[in-house]
Design a protein around this ligand. Structure first.
Ligand SMILES: Cc1cc2nc3c(=O)[nH]c(=O)nc-3n(C[C@H](O)[C@H](O)[C@H](O)COP(=O)(O)OP(=O)(O)OC[C@H]3O[C@@H](n4cnc5c(N)ncnc54)[C@H](O)[C@@H]3O)c2cc1C
Length: 504
């Protein structure tokens, strides 16, 4: 007879990676006793949200690329999980010179936009998108989705797939330059690189082609009710199949003895035992804090230490009342034609210029999120983590009066800039709160408040760790993105499910 602190599998973190691993395991093996330990009091990690005075805000992700008809959703449906979604259309709009250029997922509508604003590039854009489709078809057929393409990888596909042979070792900038001539039009497509926090000469041509082809074929979706509704539904489904979630509990240590995982120790001292642990938590923290350097070899530690983090930023949450925003695209950016490669360079050099601000209006996708005459706007700004002396936190990273003052100044500057697109916005604001990189670090326990974990071109990729029976799930190994984190969790769940079944 097992005691209440003994489990078959312990999962650290109820982010989308942890929830999908748990859901796979529990749906396939209802007899298993699995538990997810989550330090917050809500599920979803960065796929989540909160309410202030009845108004809903997404606190991280706001769109899921090619979710509705994608492979991960198909697996979720097979596991008995469904959540309705709405199309985000346009996917993004660029506000420039008092006008919007809409990046529609619909090809026809996109081409009308291009023809109106950049008529000389229309034929080139058609050829460019066709090439992205052709590359993506080969990716789908070959399953060749590695962000780090080696010559050996390439050898495996070289004979059957001419486009992968041609572009496999090339960067996205090459593809752009080959088809497009106008830097403004190239920049419209470089926007997608910011989703991975990379420059166009850092992301491989096949990965970018895959994103662009899928964005302009299947589009980007938003869960009905917002990201929190999706995460809660996903957490409920896991529980219905017998899984347990323990909120407001932080894992302090992963217990290892004789090189094998034995369970976890919580910050209140409780020990939970289990032969398997899956970490959906931050990679650096998992390795250096929860497991401890003494359990890894030098090369592995060196490799993990070397990895750079992706990107972070600030989110400004606003409740507005008595303002009609329905004429605005649900997602748009105010970006003064800044080159997106240059934006990433500036951020990595430590600058925050307010040059790129993303505006998200959830109620323009799901009208039920508007309450009476009130609704939320979320403004997103990429910023360096350590900008302005770590956001004026003191040496112990505490936030005092200086931090509050800086947040006030940043809020004012952001609103002033957004007013170039939404005139008189400030007159309608009844609530405002700024989340900084320090907020993300504190609430999500993400190193340096990183939004997409490790830089996509440096990810670990493998759900197996060097420690026996310690597995990973989520963006810390797959790279950022709801889709990739979800898929990664499903893969980890599937691997463990098969392993457990074989050992029965
Ligand atoms: C502002 C923002 C906007 C984004 N926009 C998009 C978008 O539009 N589309 C998109 O696809 N992606 C987007 N992303 C990225 C995407 O949200 C993430 O890559 C993905 O959700 C990560 O999921 P995850 O499960 O790997 O990790 P996380 O969401 O980070 O989950 C980790 C979980 O583990 C918990 N945890 C950590 N340590 C411990 C511990 N010691 N004990 C207990 N619990 C612990 C955390 O509390 C958290 O719940 C965005 C991210 C941010 C921040």
């Amino acid at each position: 007879m097992r005691n209440e602190n003994e489990f078959d599998v312990i999962i650290i973190g109820a982010g989308i990676g942890g929830l999908s691993a748990g859901n796979f395991l529990q749906a396939k093996n209802p007899e298993l006793k699995t538990i997810i330990i989550e330090q917050n009091n809500y599920p979803g990690g960065y796929v989540s949200g909160f309410k202030r005075k009845g108004i809903y805000f997404d606190l991280g992700a706001e769109g899921m690329l090619h979710f509705e008809k994608g492979g991960s959703n198909k697996i979720l449906n097979e596991l008995g999980f469904n959540h309705p979604v709405l199309q985000i259309e346009p996917i993004e709009a660029n506000y420039r010179n008092n006008d919007f250029l809409n990046m529609f997922s619909s090809r026809d509508k996109l081409l009308v936009e291009i023809e109106t604003k950049y008529p000389h590039e229309k034929e080139n854009v058609i050829k460019f998108l066709n090439e992205c489709d052709a590359i993506n078809n080969e990716i789908t057929d070959s399953g060749f989705t590695s962000p780090k393409i080696t010559f050996l990888d390439l050898l495996k596909v070289i004979f059957k797939y001419p486009k992968l042979r041609k572009y496999g070792l090339l960067k996205f900038s090459h593809l752009l330059n080959r088809f497009l001539t106008d830097e403004n039009v190239k920049n419209l497509f470089k926007f997608y690189c910011t989703w991975l926090a990379l420059k166009s000469n850092e992301i491989t041509a096949p990965i970018a082609a895959n994103i662009i082809s899928e964005a302009h074929t299947f589009g980007v979706q938003y869960p009905v009710g917002g990201m929190l509704a999706f995460a809660e539904n996903f957490a409920d489904h896991y529980r219905k199949n017998g899984g347990q979630i323990q909120y407001k509990s932080e894992v302090e240590k992963i217990v290892i003895s004789e090189g094998v995982v034995r369970g976890v120790k919580l910050s209140d001292g409780t020990i939970l035992e289990s032969p398997w642990v899956i970490s959906n938590a931050d990679l650096q923290r998992t390795v250096f804090n929860y497991v401890g350097e003494e359990n890894f070899n030098k090369q592995y530690l060196k490799n993990i230490k070397r990895k750079e983090l992706s990107i972070t930023g600030a989110l400004l949450f606003l409740t507005v009342e008595e303002i009609d925003l329905t004429q605005y695209p649900p997602h748009f950016n105010v970006s003064n034609e800044i080159d997106f490669d240059y934006l990433i360079t500036r951020l990595r050099e430590g600058y925050f210029d307010y040059e790129f601000l993303g505006v998200r209006i959830p109620s323009n996708i799901d009208s039920n999120l508007e309450v009476g005459n009130k609704k939320s706007i979320i403004i997103l700004a990429f910023t360096p983590f350590d900008w302005n002396d770590n956001w004026k936190a003191n040496d112990k990273m505490e936030r005092k009066a200086d931090y509050k003052q800086l947040k006030k100044e940043v809020t004012e500057k952001i609103i002033a800039r957004i007013e170039t697109a939404i005139p008189n916005l400030s007159e309608h604001i009844i609530f405002s709160e700024l989340a900084t990189p320090l907020t993300f670090e504190r609430y999500n326990l993400a190193s340096k408040g990183a939004w997409y974990a490790t830089r996509y071109d440096q990810i670990v990729g493998n759900y197996k760790s060097p420690i026996k029976n310690l597995l990973f799930a989520g963006s810390n190994i797959s790279g950022g993105g709801v889709g990739t984190s979800l898929y990664s969790g499903l893969k980890t769940g599937q691997y463990l499910s098969e392993k457990i079944s074989n050992n029965k």
